[in-house]
Ligand binder design. Structure first.
Ligand code: ATP
Ligand code: MG
Length: 243
């Protein structure tokens, strides 16, 4: 059984068709990278799988449960693209609060270590740098010891070392049997981490496969070139893609 699944999902916001019939599934232990230009529908797909938005039509399931159900929520964690937490709580207080929502959270010290927050656990969230805040949001995603992680552009604004450190943490999570849905605009990141890639363009899946398959299909050796070839083939003007 897939750990996460979208079946024939559409999502309409007024005149905007954010998703136009998406089928997507994540297997146990798999890291799926969902790629696509700005506005393609990636965050919308993530929000539907988190139960934060309802599909206009079609179905979504997490471990066979409704995405908004308690059974689903207890087994997943998320780092959202526009993640917001109160500025006036300390790092450790945020982690304690989030951990309390779960039945079997990681020990607080383990979460702090796993997210690279040792030494800054007593700082106010509002006093952290952008990259440090991003690490706290990662900590909040993993503190419940989830089986499935949603990471929506988790490495935005991170310096090179922090980005690589986060890659190591994500790989560690997968090595322990976790599954991940990752969105990123850094295609080297997707190439380095993903077992499988799904490219979404204007609400539809434009290509799907392992990074090697996607590159082979497009006759390219770099995932970024493959991505641009897929966009071009899909009639998405380069200027539009690069906006
Ligand atoms: N709450 C909303 N109300 C109205 N329109 C929305 C809403 N959320 C998303 N949209 C629209 O749906 C489309 C898909 O947005 P989405 O955030 O899913 O894109 P994305 O692939 O995550 O893009 P990005 O790479 O910029 O994060 C966009 O046209 C966006 O403007
Ligand atoms: Mg997004």
């Amino acid at each position: 059984m897939p750990v996460a699944e979208l079946r024939g999902v559409t999502k309409r916001y007024g005149a905007v068709e954010a998703l136009r019939g998406i089928d997507l599934s994540i297997a146990p232990g798999e890291l799926l990278a969902l790629l696509g230009p700005n506005g393609a529908g990636k965050t919308t797909a993530v929000r539907i799988l988190l139960g934060l938005a309802a599909p206009t039509s079609g179905e979504a399931a997490i471990f066979g449960h409704h995405p908004a159900s308690r059974q689903a929520k207890l087994r997943r964690g998320a780092l959202l693209q526009v993640g917001r937490v109160p500025e006036t709580l300390k790092v450790q207080e945020h982690i304690e609060l989030f951990s309390s929502y779960y039945e079997k959270p990681l020990p607080i010290a383990e979460t702090i270590a796993a997210a690279g927050l040792a030494g800054i656990e007593n700082r106010l969230f509002g006093a952290l740098s952008g990259g440090q805040k991003q690490r706290v949001l990662f900590a909040l995603a993993i503190c419940g010891n989830p089986d499935l992680l949603f990471l929506d552009e988790p490495t935005v604004g991170l310096d090179v070392e922090s980005r690589r450190a986060l890659w190591t943490r994500i790989r560690g999570f997968v090595a322990r049997g976790g599954s991940v849905l990752l969105t990123t605009h850094y295609l080297d990141e997707a190439d380095a981490l993903a077992h499988r890639v799904a490219v979404i363009d204007r609400g539809r899946i434009a290509a799907e496969g392992t990074p090697a398959e996607i590159k082979a299909q497009t006759g390219t050796s770099v995932l970024e070139d493959a991505f641009l070839a897929i966009m071009k083939e899909n009639g998405n003007a380069l200027e539009e893609v690069l906006q």
